[in-house]
Design a protein around this ligand. Sequence first.
Ligand SMILES: NC(=O)c1ccc[n+]([C@@H]2O[C@H](COP(=O)([O-])OP(=O)(O)OC[C@H]3O[C@@H](n4cnc5c(N)ncnc54)[C@H](O)[C@@H]3O)[C@@H](O)[C@H]2O)c1
Length: 385
Amino acid sequence: MAADKILNIGLLGYGHMGRTHAYCLSVLPFYAPSVAQHARLYGLCTAHPDSARTAAAGLGGVRVYDRPEDMIRDPDIDIVDICTPNVFHYDALRAAAQSGKHIYCEKPLCFDLKEADTVAGETSFPVYGRTCGIVFHNRFFPAVRLAKRYLEEGRLGRILQFRFDYLHNSCIFPDKPAGWKQDAAVCGGGVLFDLGSHMLDLLTYLLGPLDSLFAKEQIAFPVRTGRDGQTWTVNADEASYLLITLKSKAIGTLTVSKISSGTEDDLSFAIYGEKGALRWSLTDMDYLEFAEETSPNSYHGFTRIAVNGRYAGTDPDFPSAKAPAGWLRAHVGCYTAFLNAVLGGRAACPSFAQGAYVQYLMDRAQESARTGREVSLEREAPEWI
Ligand SMILES: NC(=O)c1ccc[n+]([C@@H]2O[C@H](COP(=O)([O-])OP(=O)(O)OC[C@H]3O[C@@H](n4cnc5c(N)ncnc54)[C@H](O)[C@@H]3O)[C@@H](O)[C@H]2O)c1
């Protein structure tokens, strides 16, 4: 790519995540100046052109497109960034692939496995010739990256067991109307797809591929008010519980829920090996807890390691390695990694192939919950680096 080339990014959707992605691009000059020189937010398209125009003005005059296909097919757009509800990912992904764009897409990759496999097949690297990345930003929390390093260095020894939890309280209020994330026709799967996609990625990223799983789903509030104000029957899981065996033979649990009172954004994991253990919680994100088992008499429990902004994958001097990291920082790290891959002509990591593998795991978990049986996971996982 020419040294002075600027990649024009077209953002599809400007809700919670569209704004998060726009934020990431706006702070790149500070966190990743060398990348910022080569990428800019150029276009915006949402379901509501009027509010898109207001947002675009606030973003400094970004071009507004009334129809997704107009933005996706515009030759001035180099990267399509998809932040729409899950059911709309597929059409946008296919249109972007047919137009030969680089693509950055929010998780889950698609609405179901068939769609995800089609998209991953059409955009596989290097045949497709462009870079396609999925947003699994939790890998980019500094403490998670340090945990990965400890695991790669073998500091925990053989992994024996684990616990991965992602708990919210957003569905415990029956009077709160359901949103699209509670409607299976729009999300494809409830909390399993929303929070579970993140956790299945994180589990595979840290501990490797899965061998089998047994899943149970729960709907605790079967009737609530729908988006149209009418009585509505809930059709997507409000919690999912997975008992998982890894290819490595480690066994553990993965719980995702939006019916956990008192929680807010409580992502946490604990990993127990024969030589030591790691614990981390998003609610205390700047500290990684580590325990070493050197002999039966030397047990001293967990030590808290202050990680803060170190290992964030962005400029280590901004604002300072000592400064607390924050939730948005992981999204900045994920976007920076994707843009670096585009600029370097490399495959993205996290990739669409990894996104399709996570979609496979979610599909098998739904199958297990439906049949009440443990399912084996025959599919080979893509490289997860
Ligand atoms: N990585 C994360 O941290 C994270 C967090 C939340 C959501 N997500 C994912 O991000 C995606 C969007 O979720 P959200 O919470 O931002 O949703 P949202 O409801 O807040 O926003 C959706 C946006 O998409 C627009 N939209 C809807 N249909 C459209 C269409 N057909 N064409 C163009 N625009 C359309 C809406 O106008 C809105 O701007 C989902 O796939 C979700 O799973 C990721």
